[in-house]
Design a binder for this molecule. Sequence first.
Ligand SMILES: Nc1ncnc2c1ncn2[C@@H]1O[C@H](COP(=O)(O)OP(=O)(O)OP(=O)(O)O)[C@@H](O)[C@H]1O
Ligand SMILES: [Mg+2]
Length: 226
Amino acid sequence: MSHHPVIHLEDICKTFSLAGQPVEVLKGISLQIDPGEFIALLGTSGSGKSTLMHILGLLDRPTTGRYNLAGQDVSQLPDERLSELRNSMVGFIFQSFYLIPYVSARENVMLPGLYSSTPGRVLKARAEELLTLVGLADRMDFKPGQLSGGQQQRVAIARALVNDPQVLLADEPTGQLDSKTSGEILDLLSDIHRQGRTVILVTHDLATANYAGRKIFLDDGRIKNS
Ligand SMILES: Nc1ncnc2c1ncn2[C@@H]1O[C@H](COP(=O)(O)OP(=O)(O)OP(=O)(O)O)[C@@H](O)[C@H]1O
Ligand SMILES: [Mg+2]
């Protein structure tokens, strides 16, 4: 058992360049997150939450600063090592579900596993187990367009778990859902956290943030001491 933080950010800055003009979005983020923590990331629109989540999830790189994920300095990793690590370590859930419209729920869940060495039949069994876990045992053959919003988000959650990631990142996962369905999705995230995963949840809603063990507030690209 490691006593190191699973996520360690040191002075992370992110600057986009727009029409030749620098847009400073993250202005020196330092942060340590322990394995198994459940974090709520809060902040006004435009404060940099999604930008930070993309960096945490290895979908984007910081402009400067150091990022250590599960004991590995990822700041200097080449792109293909970065995507391997992303695929094995991190699950991502977005506000828009980003499911593939023309394949079934089962195939959507299997998709991230196709890049691993897991045999197809094992992957299929795992997808079916996860879809059952999220309450969709009777919807595995349905395509996203044949599912409700809450059901689609549950497919996305199952998909995020298929490679058994240590870290689950959820960027406003209930933003498109009614309050009852949101509650169900949040209960599901709490279950996932109780299984020992690190969960980081972006939300605008303080009631939602109360599901987490720690709240982190972003304000104009900086962490605000609460
Ligand atoms: N590719 C980009 N190029 C230029 N600016 C960008 C880019 N991506 C994001 N930004 C800027 O970064 C700032 C933060 O965006 P981000 O999406 O991280 O905010 P957010 O906190 O997730 O907001 P919301 O709550 O509305 O989702 C915004 O002002 C945005 O215009
Ligand atoms: Mg956002």
